[in-house]
Design a protein around this ligand. Structure first.
Ligand SMILES: C[S@@+](CC[C@H](N)C(=O)[O-])C[C@H]1O[C@@H](n2cnc3c(N)ncnc32)[C@H](O)[C@@H]1O
Length: 520
């Protein structure tokens, strides 16, 4: 009886007419992220995320509704109709097309994967069979219109997105709808676009099955379907792969080099409302004779501040292997694999590309900058170290701190008081047994988890920053303690305080959450 369904994009997609009933049944069976972890156990659950299905199959040999749903929707097994009927409203699920009955067995037409929202919501991501990351077939599909489920890049973008309540959000390149689903929680109107019309259908299913509000679904390339409209939030996990063309819409946008990412970023400025954020994942070329930071700086549109974080750099060979493996080429004909590898390297050589950077790009439309009354704040940095997601609040705080620094000169800084961020620790670095440390490091254990080297004044200053004394008063006390001239100390320290504020170690009183006006 147990057969594995195969991926076929010709299968017509379900309609969400009875999505509520199906959702109720999935929840009643505990087909949720937590329920799965309980049922499968940590090892099988983790194996599934690596596309290994044997442990999950072994853990679902029983006939409980949860086991039936795992087999149907995650492991692509056909099950007996009576088992299916015990786990879900079979008639409605058949009528909608979530499952089909063939050769006396029921099988799923789509992958439905439980996904836990940030506030404990039980959501479901619907994608092509075998195309959820961890799907029974891995993500090695070669079919052009294939729609993938949630991957590492999807959750990274969801985590860094600023979640301020807004009126209008745009998810460009929505795929199976994960970003639209998140946005639906804090945006009155969500518009989701995709070049691939199947993706829009999947987004509709994901939203309906997750119990979320419907989104406006528009087909088309880049900003073309929303021309003339503006948003408070734009998010995109675009097809950023830089390749000589693979025909896979979900990862290659069909433009040359990093042109797709550049276009997306450059054209975002005019589509943002004042104060609005645009957040992207992107890849960019490191080209011979060009500073990668200059390349990215040239992408930032007029009227916007920007924070660009390069998370990883791969040389062209690592990059080529990564993406040839992603599409399963390494499992095919060895000669074809070598030819494809060669083609990728030819293309990189022709464009003078040495390596490829991967990272996050956040823009914020700044009315003062747009009006020419302030210089844009553009921070482009490399931070390959582990961070603590979700980083959305840290992204927003970054821009607020930039505003603060821009509008406070040294005298204003010294008159202000600061609070040390929670969970910052001091590390003393030096030779074992040495009386004094060679240097002192302050380390954040939250958010970006930054570390910064400070001198004794910096460490002492940060240590007493609890918001009660002004920076100037603290420096005077330190000067007295160390027998230094207070005027000289006041002169030379603001630069270090600025750095500690910029990197989020110190927060000025005006930016502490409880100090903000209620309306914000
Ligand atoms: C990497 S997937 C991202 C899916 C989803 N938003 C996520 O975060 O997981 C990229 C999506 O962009 C779509 N796409 C490809 N080229 C596009 C274009 N020129 N304009 C708009 N969307 C495009 C693909 O069909 C695919 O759904």
């Amino acid at each position: 009886m147990e057969t594995v369904s195969t991926t076929s994009l010709t299968t017509s997609l379900p309609v969400p007419a009875h999505a509520d009933r199906l959702r109720e049944a999935l929840l009643a069976a505990d087909f949720t992220a937590d329920g799965l972890l309980d049922r499968l156990g940590a090892a099988a659950y983790a194996a599934l995320a690596r596309s290994e299905t044997v442990p999950a199959l072994r853990a679902t040999r029983g006939d409980s509704p949860l086991e039936t749903l795992v087999r149907l929707f995650l492991l692509q097994r056909a099950v007996e109709p009576a088992r299916a009927a015990a786990a879900l409203p079979l008639e409605e699920a058949l009528a909608d097309g979530w499952v089909v009955e063939e050769d006396g067995a029921v099988r799923a037409t789509v992958d439905v994967r439980p996904y836990g929202g940030p506030d404990g919501e039980d959501w479901f991501i619907v994608s092509d069979l075998g195309c959820a990351v961890g799907g029974a077939g891995g993500i090695g599909s070669k079919e052009e219109g294939v729609v993938l489920g949630v991957g590492g890049a999807s959750t990274t973008l969801a985590g860094i997105t600023v979640r301020t309540p807004v009126a209008a959000a745009l998810d460009l390149g929505t795929g199976s709808g994960i970003q639209a689903l998140h946005a639906a929680q804090h945006s009155t109107l969500v518009t989701a676009t995709d070049l691939n019309p199947r993706a829009l259908e999947f987004t509709r299913l994901t939203l309906a099955l997750s119990g979320a509000r419907e989104a406006e679904l528009l087909e088309g390339s880049l900003y073309e379907p929303v021309d003339g409209d503006t948003y408070d939030l734009i998010v995109s996990n675009p097809p950023f792969v830089i390749s000589p063309g693979s025909g896979l819409t979900y990862r290659d946008g069909g433009m040359s080099g990093d042109d797709l990412c550049r276009t997306l970023v450059q054209q975002a400025g005019e589509r943002l409302n004042d104060g609005g954020y645009a957040q992207f994942l992107a890849n960019w070329q490191h080209v011979d004779g060009e500073d990668w930071q200059d390349r990215l700086r040239s992408w930032v549109p007029r009227g916007c501040d920007a924070w660009i974080v390069q998370r990883e750099v791969q040389d062209v060979t690592q990059y080529t292997e990564l993406w040839l493996r992603d599409s399963g080429d390494h499992r095919g004909d060895p000669e074809a694999y070598r030819a494809a590898y060669d083609r990728w390297l030819d293309a990189f050589e022709a464009s003078g590309t040495r390596s490829i950077g991967f990272g996050w790009i956040t823009l914020r439309r700044d009315p003062a900058v747009a009006a020419g009354k302030a210089e844009p704040s553009i921070v482009i940095e490399e931070w390959p170290h582990p961070v603590e997601q979700p980083l959305g609040p840290a992204v927003r705080a970054h821009f607020e701190r930039q505003d603060y620094l821009r509008t406070h000169d040294d005298a204003a800084l010294l008159a202000d008081s600061f609070t040390l961020a929670p969970e910052v620790v001091q590390e003393q670095v030096g030779l074992p047994g040495a009386e004094d440390p060679e240097h002192v490091v302050l380390r954040q254990n939250r958010g970006m988890r930054r570390a910064t080297r400070v001198d004794h004044v910096g460490a002492g200053f940060a240590g007493v920053c609890d918001g009660t004394l002004s920076a100037g008063r603290i420096l005077d006390a330190i000067a007295q303690l160390m027998g230094e001239d207070p005027v000289l100390l006041r002169d030379r320290t603001p630069q270090s305080i600025r750095l500690l504020v910029e990197e989020g170690f110190l927060t000025p009183e005006s930016l502490l959450p409880d100090e903000k006006p209620a309306a914000e």
